[in-house]
Design a protein around this ligand. Structure first.
Ligand code: UGA
Ligand code: MN
Length: 308
């Protein structure tokens, strides 16, 4: 009797095991929506998953990464500016933030900030030589070039085609989320209006029959590309196929950096107008007011040391 029971047990055992394995495989498979695009990736890691199910669209690999190069320098409002930017960028899928400090070394404040920013970040630094730190001279030349060099270096050994879009995002501007949807489809170089710049409510490329034919601006209309740094994006392909295109110190005047750079990589005829044929303002050249620290004590008086 005992050996009969044992025989039956041995006969059933493999089947029981098979059922257990099949059930286990099925439950370890992730639910389908998790496969849809969700952003994240890059060096900075974790991005919180969206609450609602993302729409079914092209696989994640097909969505070009947006690289935002942000020059930044130490001043009382720096952390506030970076916080505002991070709160915007965190909501953009596949955005890689390249923060370039105007400093001889990475600061603790920015390093800590980057670590907790919650989006993919690369933290670089390069100091502006003292002789260029004067009013009337262009700003952030070395920092934008450092960002460009990092991008070229990173993609140098990867096979084409490499999809990506580069955008210069100064730390004091205001960016709508719609702007990133617009620039994401940049084929070579795309352009759009910028609010609160050039002494007017906005500047914009003038578009006829889908082509840029001129510039609406109140300041130095003779500029070949009368556009602010926040008014254009460049595809990674163009950046890689023009390895010598950089921002130049020599002979460069403020307000001409954009033109000097753009003329190395494109022509006005080639520009791709975005934002409904350049009729919508999706980015603002908001400049932060200099903070009043008149009552700040000369020596540290508080009982604690606080990062602002
Ligand atoms: C305008 C343009 O919008 C800028 O893109 C351009 O670089 C600048 O003029 C210029 O004259 O070169 P504006 O608001 O006057 O901008 O300049 P800032 O916002 O003060 O500086 C542009 C970027 O460079 C910012 O991201 C800022 O943090 C950074 N910066 C500024 C530095 O890294 N170091 C500095 O010493 C000053
Ligand atoms: Mn600015």
């Amino acid at each position: 009797m005992k050996s009969l029971l044992f025989g039956r047990f041995l006969l059933l055992l493999p089947w029981v095991l098979i059922v257990i394995i099949v059930l286990d495989i099925d439950s370890s498979r992730p639910p389908l929506p998790a496969l849809a695009p969700r952003g994240g990736g890059g060096s900075g890691g974790a991005r919180p998953a969206a609450g609602r199910a993302p729409p079914r669209q092209a696989p994640e690999a097909a969505v070009p990464t947006i690289y935002a190069i942000t020059p930044t320098y130490s001043r009382p409002v720096q952390k506030a500016e970076l916080t505002r930017l991070a709160n915007t960028f965190r909501q953009v899928a596949r955005l890689h933030w390249i923060l370039v400090e105007d400093a001889a070394a990475r600061s603790e404040l920015v390093s800590r900030f980057v670590a907790g920013a919650g989006l993919p970040c690369t933290h670089l630094h390069v100091p502006t030589p003292r002789r260029y730190k004067r009013p009337g001279l262009p700003r952030a030349t070395e920092q934008r070039n450092a960002g460009l060099a990092w991008l070229r270096q990173r993609h140098q050994h990867l096979p084409p085609p490499q999809s990506g879009v580069l955008f210069f995002a100064d730390d004091d501007n205001t960016y709508s989320l719609e702007l990133f949807q617009e620039m994401r489809t940049t084929r070579k170089v795309s352009v759009w209006p910028v609010g609160l710049v050039g002494g007017r409510r906005y500047e914009r490329p003038v578009v006829e029959n889908g082509k840029v034919v001129g510039w609406y601006t109140g300041w130095r209309a003779d500029r070949p590309f009368a556009i602010d740094m926040a008014g254009f994006a460049v595809s990674l392909q163009v950046i890689l196929s023009h390895p010598k295109a950089v921002f130049k110190r020599r002979g460069s005047q403020p307000g001409m950096q954009e033109s000097d750079f753009l003329k190395q990589i494109t022509t006005v005829e080639e520009l791709e107008p975005k934002a409904n044929n350049c009729t919508k303002v999706l980015v603002w050249h908001t400049r932060t007011e200099k903070v009043n620290l008149a009552n700040e004590p000369k020596y540290h008086l508080d009982t604690v040391s606080i990062e602002v």
